[in-house]
Design a protein around this ligand. Structure first.
Ligand code: G4P
Length: 306
Protein backbone atom coordinates (compact mmCIF):
# COMPACT_ATOMS: atom_id res chain seq x y z
CA UNK A 1 0.00 0.00 0.00
CA UNK A 2 1.28 3.44 -0.83
CA UNK A 3 -0.21 6.19 1.31
CA UNK A 4 -0.35 9.51 -0.48
CA UNK A 5 -1.39 12.48 1.60
CA UNK A 6 0.84 15.48 1.31
CA UNK A 7 -1.22 18.65 0.86
CA UNK A 8 0.81 21.38 -0.82
CA UNK A 9 0.82 23.60 2.24
CA UNK A 10 3.00 21.07 4.04
CA UNK A 11 5.85 21.60 1.62
CA UNK A 12 5.44 25.35 1.98
CA UNK A 13 5.51 25.08 5.76
CA UNK A 14 8.94 23.41 5.67
CA UNK A 15 10.29 26.47 3.90
CA UNK A 16 8.51 28.77 6.34
CA UNK A 17 10.18 27.09 9.32
CA UNK A 18 13.59 27.88 7.88
CA UNK A 19 12.65 31.51 7.33
CA UNK A 20 11.22 31.92 10.84
CA UNK A 21 14.09 30.30 12.73
CA UNK A 22 16.35 33.36 13.09
CA UNK A 23 13.70 35.05 15.32
CA UNK A 24 13.08 31.95 17.41
CA UNK A 25 14.59 31.15 20.83
CA UNK A 26 13.26 27.67 21.24
CA UNK A 27 11.35 24.96 19.37
CA UNK A 28 8.57 22.76 20.64
CA UNK A 29 7.84 19.64 18.66
CA UNK A 30 4.68 17.80 19.63
CA UNK A 31 4.94 14.08 19.08
CA UNK A 32 2.29 11.44 19.40
CA UNK A 33 3.47 9.39 22.40
CA UNK A 34 2.19 6.28 20.62
CA UNK A 35 4.58 6.89 17.73
CA UNK A 36 7.38 9.24 18.74
CA UNK A 37 9.46 8.35 15.68
CA UNK A 38 6.80 8.26 12.98
CA UNK A 39 5.21 11.50 14.16
CA UNK A 40 8.53 13.36 14.25
CA UNK A 41 9.85 15.79 11.71
CA UNK A 42 12.89 13.94 10.34
CA UNK A 43 14.55 17.22 9.33
CA UNK A 44 14.21 18.91 12.71
CA UNK A 45 17.68 18.10 14.10
CA UNK A 46 19.18 19.56 10.97
CA UNK A 47 16.83 22.56 10.83
CA UNK A 48 17.14 23.70 14.43
CA UNK A 49 20.94 23.96 14.55
CA UNK A 50 21.85 24.62 18.19
CA UNK A 51 18.47 26.03 19.26
CA UNK A 52 17.02 24.18 22.24
CA UNK A 53 14.07 21.94 21.62
CA UNK A 54 11.31 20.51 23.79
CA UNK A 55 9.79 17.32 22.50
CA UNK A 56 6.36 16.82 23.99
CA UNK A 57 5.05 13.28 23.93
CA UNK A 58 1.37 14.12 23.81
CA UNK A 59 -1.58 11.75 24.20
CA UNK A 60 0.50 9.97 26.82
CA UNK A 61 -2.80 8.86 28.36
CA UNK A 62 -3.18 6.55 25.33
CA UNK A 63 0.46 5.39 25.23
CA UNK A 64 2.26 2.55 26.98
CA UNK A 65 3.95 4.25 29.98
CA UNK A 66 7.00 1.95 29.94
CA UNK A 67 7.65 2.75 26.28
CA UNK A 68 7.07 6.47 26.86
CA UNK A 69 9.82 6.40 29.48
CA UNK A 70 12.14 4.56 27.04
CA UNK A 71 11.45 7.18 24.37
CA UNK A 72 12.09 10.08 26.72
CA UNK A 73 15.47 8.64 27.69
CA UNK A 74 16.31 7.97 24.06
CA UNK A 75 15.28 11.40 22.74
CA UNK A 76 17.12 13.26 25.48
CA UNK A 77 20.39 11.74 24.29
CA UNK A 78 20.36 14.41 21.58
CA UNK A 79 22.11 17.64 22.59
CA UNK A 80 19.73 20.45 23.50
CA UNK A 81 16.64 18.22 23.61
CA UNK A 82 14.35 17.93 26.63
CA UNK A 83 11.15 15.90 26.73
CA UNK A 84 7.82 16.05 28.53
CA UNK A 85 5.13 13.37 28.57
CA UNK A 86 1.81 15.17 28.45
CA UNK A 87 -1.93 14.79 28.06
CA UNK A 88 -3.01 18.07 26.56
CA UNK A 89 -6.69 17.38 27.18
CA UNK A 90 -5.94 17.47 30.91
CA UNK A 91 -4.87 21.05 31.40
CA UNK A 92 -3.43 20.68 34.92
CA UNK A 93 0.10 19.78 33.77
CA UNK A 94 0.52 22.17 30.86
CA UNK A 95 2.28 24.81 32.98
CA UNK A 96 5.30 22.47 33.05
CA UNK A 97 5.78 23.42 29.40
CA UNK A 98 6.06 27.13 30.26
CA UNK A 99 8.41 26.38 33.18
CA UNK A 100 10.67 24.32 30.93
CA UNK A 101 10.74 27.06 28.26
CA UNK A 102 11.97 29.57 30.85
CA UNK A 103 14.51 27.10 32.21
CA UNK A 104 15.95 26.48 28.75
CA UNK A 105 16.22 30.20 27.95
CA UNK A 106 17.61 31.46 31.29
CA UNK A 107 18.44 34.96 30.02
CA UNK A 108 14.72 35.48 29.36
CA UNK A 109 13.50 33.69 32.48
CA UNK A 110 11.28 36.52 33.73
CA UNK A 111 7.89 37.23 32.18
CA UNK A 112 9.08 40.76 31.23
CA UNK A 113 11.32 39.30 28.52
CA UNK A 114 9.62 37.64 25.60
CA UNK A 115 10.57 34.12 24.53
CA UNK A 116 9.73 33.29 20.93
CA UNK A 117 8.76 29.67 20.48
CA UNK A 118 8.17 27.82 17.24
CA UNK A 119 5.61 25.09 17.81
CA UNK A 120 5.08 22.23 15.38
CA UNK A 121 3.50 18.83 15.10
CA UNK A 122 1.84 16.54 12.60
CA UNK A 123 -1.92 16.92 12.04
CA UNK A 124 -4.14 15.59 14.80
CA UNK A 125 -1.30 15.28 17.33
CA UNK A 126 -3.07 17.67 19.70
CA UNK A 127 -1.27 20.93 18.86
CA UNK A 128 -4.41 23.11 18.93
CA UNK A 129 -5.53 21.50 22.18
CA UNK A 130 -2.15 22.25 23.75
CA UNK A 131 -2.04 25.81 22.44
CA UNK A 132 -5.51 26.50 23.87
CA UNK A 133 -4.48 24.97 27.19
CA UNK A 134 -1.28 27.05 27.31
CA UNK A 135 -3.17 30.22 26.45
CA UNK A 136 -6.04 29.47 28.83
CA UNK A 137 -8.47 30.45 26.09
CA UNK A 138 -9.64 29.14 22.75
CA UNK A 139 -7.31 30.34 20.03
CA UNK A 140 -6.74 27.36 17.80
CA UNK A 141 -9.54 25.30 16.35
CA UNK A 142 -9.46 21.62 17.38
CA UNK A 143 -11.09 18.84 15.45
CA UNK A 144 -10.92 15.22 14.52
CA UNK A 145 -10.08 15.76 10.84
CA UNK A 146 -6.33 16.21 10.31
CA UNK A 147 -4.86 19.39 8.74
CA UNK A 148 -7.00 22.09 10.39
CA UNK A 149 -4.40 24.92 10.71
CA UNK A 150 -3.26 26.02 7.24
CA UNK A 151 -1.20 29.21 7.87
CA UNK A 152 1.55 30.16 10.26
CA UNK A 153 0.27 32.40 13.04
CA UNK A 154 1.68 34.22 16.06
CA UNK A 155 0.01 33.71 19.41
CA UNK A 156 0.79 35.88 22.41
CA UNK A 157 0.28 33.74 25.49
CA UNK A 158 0.39 36.98 27.53
CA UNK A 159 2.91 35.49 29.95
CA UNK A 160 6.12 36.45 28.19
CA UNK A 161 5.86 33.74 25.58
CA UNK A 162 4.92 34.19 21.96
CA UNK A 163 4.16 31.06 20.00
CA UNK A 164 4.74 30.88 16.31
CA UNK A 165 2.29 28.20 15.21
CA UNK A 166 3.12 26.30 12.04
CA UNK A 167 0.53 24.32 10.07
CA UNK A 168 0.24 20.67 11.07
CA UNK A 169 2.65 18.90 8.79
CA UNK A 170 2.99 15.30 7.86
CA UNK A 171 6.52 15.13 6.62
CA UNK A 172 7.04 13.40 3.30
CA UNK A 173 9.26 10.77 4.82
CA UNK A 174 7.23 7.65 4.41
CA UNK A 175 10.08 5.73 2.76
CA UNK A 176 9.80 3.30 5.64
CA UNK A 177 6.37 1.90 4.85
CA UNK A 178 5.79 0.88 8.49
CA UNK A 179 5.78 4.57 9.35
CA UNK A 180 2.83 5.10 7.01
CA UNK A 181 0.95 2.19 8.53
CA UNK A 182 1.58 3.40 12.07
CA UNK A 183 0.40 6.91 11.25
CA UNK A 184 -2.68 5.40 9.67
CA UNK A 185 -3.30 3.15 12.68
CA UNK A 186 -3.53 6.14 15.04
CA UNK A 187 -5.58 8.18 12.55
CA UNK A 188 -2.90 10.78 11.69
CA UNK A 189 -3.36 10.05 8.01
CA UNK A 190 -6.79 10.94 6.70
CA UNK A 191 -9.20 8.04 6.56
CA UNK A 192 -9.90 8.72 2.89
CA UNK A 193 -6.21 8.19 2.03
CA UNK A 194 -6.06 4.57 3.10
CA UNK A 195 -7.69 1.17 2.90
CA UNK A 196 -9.05 0.24 6.30
CA UNK A 197 -8.48 -3.47 5.93
CA UNK A 198 -4.79 -3.03 4.99
CA UNK A 199 -4.18 -0.84 8.00
CA UNK A 200 -6.18 -3.14 10.29
CA UNK A 201 -4.09 -6.11 9.07
CA UNK A 202 -0.93 -4.23 10.00
CA UNK A 203 -2.41 -3.29 13.39
CA UNK A 204 -3.66 -6.85 13.98
CA UNK A 205 -0.23 -8.32 13.32
CA UNK A 206 1.36 -5.73 15.61
CA UNK A 207 -1.05 -6.49 18.45
CA UNK A 208 -0.57 -10.25 18.10
CA UNK A 209 3.17 -9.69 18.57
CA UNK A 210 3.28 -6.88 21.11
CA UNK A 211 0.01 -6.73 23.02
CA UNK A 212 -1.54 -10.23 22.74
CA UNK A 213 -3.26 -10.02 26.14
CA UNK A 214 -5.05 -6.80 25.22
CA UNK A 215 -6.53 -8.50 22.14
CA UNK A 216 -7.47 -11.64 24.06
CA UNK A 217 -9.25 -9.70 26.76
CA UNK A 218 -11.06 -7.20 24.59
CA UNK A 219 -12.46 -9.72 22.11
CA UNK A 220 -12.75 -12.56 24.64
CA UNK A 221 -10.59 -14.97 22.71
CA UNK A 222 -9.48 -18.15 24.48
CA UNK A 223 -6.50 -18.63 22.19
CA UNK A 224 -4.87 -16.31 19.75
CA UNK A 225 -4.82 -17.05 16.03
CA UNK A 226 -1.56 -17.24 14.13
CA UNK A 227 -2.26 -14.55 11.54
CA UNK A 228 -3.76 -11.09 11.34
CA UNK A 229 -6.27 -12.36 8.75
CA UNK A 230 -7.56 -15.02 11.14
CA UNK A 231 -7.67 -12.45 13.92
CA UNK A 232 -9.85 -10.09 11.88
CA UNK A 233 -12.12 -12.99 10.95
CA UNK A 234 -12.50 -13.97 14.60
CA UNK A 235 -13.27 -10.41 15.68
CA UNK A 236 -15.80 -10.23 12.84
CA UNK A 237 -17.56 -13.35 14.08
CA UNK A 238 -17.60 -12.11 17.67
CA UNK A 239 -19.00 -8.76 16.63
CA UNK A 240 -21.51 -10.09 14.10
CA UNK A 241 -19.93 -8.30 11.14
CA UNK A 242 -21.54 -10.45 8.48
CA UNK A 243 -22.39 -9.88 4.84
CA UNK A 244 -24.83 -11.88 2.78
CA UNK A 245 -23.78 -15.50 2.40
CA UNK A 246 -22.32 -15.49 5.92
CA UNK A 247 -19.04 -13.88 4.82
CA UNK A 248 -17.22 -11.61 7.25
CA UNK A 249 -17.45 -7.93 6.39
CA UNK A 250 -13.72 -7.18 6.67
CA UNK A 251 -14.16 -3.44 6.14
CA UNK A 252 -16.53 -3.25 9.10
CA UNK A 253 -14.18 -5.33 11.30
CA UNK A 254 -11.27 -3.13 10.28
CA UNK A 255 -13.18 0.01 11.27
CA UNK A 256 -14.07 -1.48 14.67
CA UNK A 257 -10.49 -2.54 15.41
CA UNK A 258 -8.98 0.78 14.33
CA UNK A 259 -11.50 2.84 16.22
CA UNK A 260 -10.91 0.81 19.41
CA UNK A 261 -7.15 1.23 19.05
CA UNK A 262 -7.47 4.98 18.43
CA UNK A 263 -9.73 5.76 21.35
CA UNK A 264 -7.75 3.63 23.81
CA UNK A 265 -10.42 0.95 24.31
CA UNK A 266 -7.72 -1.66 23.66
CA UNK A 267 -5.53 -0.15 26.36
CA UNK A 268 -2.46 2.05 26.39
CA UNK A 269 -0.30 1.11 23.43
CA UNK A 270 2.82 2.42 21.73
CA UNK A 271 3.43 1.28 18.20
CA UNK A 272 7.21 1.65 18.11
CA UNK A 273 10.24 1.54 20.40
CA UNK A 274 13.71 3.07 19.97
CA UNK A 275 15.12 -0.41 19.34
CA UNK A 276 12.55 -1.19 16.65
CA UNK A 277 13.31 2.10 14.94
CA UNK A 278 17.03 1.51 14.95
CA UNK A 279 16.54 -1.90 13.33
CA UNK A 280 14.19 -0.45 10.70
CA UNK A 281 16.54 2.43 9.95
CA UNK A 282 19.44 0.00 9.50
CA UNK A 283 17.30 -2.07 7.10
CA UNK A 284 16.35 1.07 5.23
CA UNK A 285 19.99 2.07 4.88
CA UNK A 286 20.72 -1.31 3.24
CA UNK A 287 17.77 -0.89 0.83
CA UNK A 288 18.93 2.64 -0.04
CA UNK A 289 22.48 1.42 -0.69
CA UNK A 290 21.14 -1.40 -2.91
CA UNK A 291 18.98 1.05 -4.84
CA UNK A 292 21.91 3.43 -5.30
CA UNK A 293 24.07 0.57 -6.51
CA UNK A 294 21.40 -0.56 -9.00
CA UNK A 295 20.98 2.99 -10.24
CA UNK A 296 24.74 3.32 -10.64
CA UNK A 297 24.88 0.09 -12.66
CA UNK A 298 21.99 1.20 -14.89
CA UNK A 299 23.73 4.51 -15.58
CA UNK A 300 27.00 2.70 -16.40
CA UNK A 301 25.24 0.29 -18.79
CA UNK A 302 23.36 3.13 -20.42
CA UNK A 303 26.59 5.07 -20.99
CA UNK A 304 28.42 2.05 -22.40
CA UNK A 305 25.53 1.36 -24.81
CA UNK A 306 25.68 4.85 -26.28
P1 G4P B 1 -4.09 19.27 15.93
O1 G4P B 1 -4.30 20.71 16.25
O2 G4P B 1 -2.69 18.83 16.19
O3 G4P B 1 -4.53 18.85 14.57
O4 G4P B 1 -4.96 18.38 16.94
P2 G4P B 1 -6.16 18.81 17.91
O5 G4P B 1 -5.68 19.67 19.02
O6 G4P B 1 -7.29 19.29 17.10
O7 G4P B 1 -6.52 17.40 18.55
C1 G4P B 1 -6.94 16.32 17.76
C2 G4P B 1 -7.74 15.38 18.63
O8 G4P B 1 -6.88 14.81 19.64
C3 G4P B 1 -8.88 16.06 19.42
O9 G4P B 1 -9.91 15.12 19.58
C4 G4P B 1 -8.28 16.28 20.77
O10 G4P B 1 -9.26 16.37 21.79
C5 G4P B 1 -7.46 15.01 20.93
N1 G4P B 1 -6.35 15.17 21.89
C6 G4P B 1 -5.47 16.18 21.97
N2 G4P B 1 -4.60 15.96 22.97
C7 G4P B 1 -4.94 14.78 23.52
C8 G4P B 1 -4.41 14.00 24.60
O11 G4P B 1 -3.42 14.34 25.25
N3 G4P B 1 -5.04 12.81 24.85
C9 G4P B 1 -6.12 12.39 24.14
N4 G4P B 1 -6.65 11.22 24.46
N5 G4P B 1 -6.65 13.10 23.12
C10 G4P B 1 -6.06 14.27 22.82
P3 G4P B 1 -11.20 15.13 18.69
O12 G4P B 1 -12.15 14.18 19.28
O13 G4P B 1 -10.73 14.87 17.35
O14 G4P B 1 -11.71 16.59 18.73
P4 G4P B 1 -12.50 17.32 19.92
O15 G4P B 1 -13.92 16.94 19.70
O16 G4P B 1 -11.95 16.82 21.22
O17 G4P B 1 -12.24 18.77 19.69
Amino acid sequence: MKIQWFPGHMYKAGKEIKETLPDIDLLIEILDARLPFSSANPLLSELRGDKPCIKILNKSDLADPVRTQQWQEFLEQEDGVKTLALTAVHTDKVDTVIDLCRKLIPHKATASKVIHVLIMGIPNVGKSTLINALAGRTIAKTGNEPAVTKHQQRIDLRNGIILCDTPGMLWPNLENHNTGYRLATTGAIKDTALKHDDVASFAGEFFLQHYPDAIKQRYQLETLPATDYELLQLIGKKRGCLRSGGHIDMDKVAKILLSEIRDGTLGRITLETPDMMQTELAELAIIRAQKAEKKGKRKKNWKSER
